[in-house]
Ligand binder design. Structure first.
Ligand SMILES: [Zn+2]
Length: 272
């Protein structure tokens, strides 16, 4: 855990590399909020049946711990696809504050911006959150990588969107692969393995077959490989290796707690 910094403010995990670069960022935990029972305690989603007033207070605590203006927090409707939304001031202004949910009609699983003080967020409870930073072009990204988006190479799509939009060289890009369900717990069946094997050449390195014919999938490992194939340097990829299903004390896990549990928010923002 030495690369993972637990902020004095509850609910905030940070990575040493991004912290030292002065980036505002966090992978939220379930600690330090006011939600009760199944949602205990820092649930940051209003879409899962929790008391909206509790979520409001949780969001207030989380954003204020990070020094983030809530009216500058953006998110997208996540659809397990491969869409990347480029977030410019124009889009945010057109939508009018507080927008938060951008371009709702379409749905995306990654966002990127080079605008300071604009917080990009991804909501998760098992799916892999990935935060990106190009220190040379001063651009950031946030990615939601469940198995479907992983198979669609969302990691590579995000790298390419940043290259096209900001001139990001993949070799400059840094990525933190945050807390998600780990290869220890992520059981999948043939319905996942089949498309995975078709989409990725070296998928076998990240899959372990169990005796019952099911499989354990290392989602972070697969995304690490996709990033490398997209030109990101191995030494620029940081895996937190925190498993959401193994740590119910720290995280919400849809798999471990379904059908009802809270959601974490994963956030990155360029300071001014
Ligand atoms: Zn686990």
């Amino acid at each position: 855990m030495e690369e993972i910094l637990r902020s004095r403010a509850p609910g905030v995990l940070q990575h040493r590399v991004f912290h030292e670069m002065g980036l505002v960022h966090a992978f939220s935990t379930r600690e330090g909020g006011v939600s009760r029972s199944l949602y205990h305690s820092l649930n940051l989603s209003v879409s899962v049946g929790d008391d909206p007033e509790a979520v409001k207070e949780n969001r207030r605590r989380f954003f204020s711990a990070l020094g983030v203006d809530p009216s500058r927090v953006v998110r997208v409707r996540q659809v397990h696809g491969d869409g990347v939304l480029v977030v410019g001031e124009e889009l945010v202004r057109r939508k009018g504050f507080p927008p938060i949910l951008l371009d709702e009609g379409t749905g995306y699983d990654a966002l990127t911006t080079n605008q300071p003080r604009l917080a990009l967020t991804i909501t998760t409870a098992d799916c892999l959150p990935i935060l990106l930073f190009d220190p040379r072009k001063r651009a950031i990204g946030a990615v939601h990588a469940g198995w479907r988006s992983t198979v669609k190479r969302i990691a590579e799509r995000a790298v390419k969107a940043m290259a096209t939009t900001y001139g990001t060289a993949p070799s400059d890009l840094l990525a933190i692969l945050g807390p998600g369900i780990g290869g220890c717990c992520y059981e999948v069946d043939e319905a996942v393995i089949q498309p995975l094997s078709q989409a990725l050449s070296s998928w076998q390195a990240y899959v372990v077959e169990k005796e019952d014919g099911r499989f354990l999938l290392d989602l972070a490992g697969v995304n690490q490989m996709v990033f490398q194939e997209a030109g990101v340097l191995p030494e620029h990829l940081f895996l937190t290796r925190l498993c959401t299903a193994c740590r119910p004390d720290l995280f919400y896990s849809y798999r471990a707690e379904k059908p009802k549990t809270g959601r974490m928010l994963n956030l990155i923002m360029l300071p001014s």
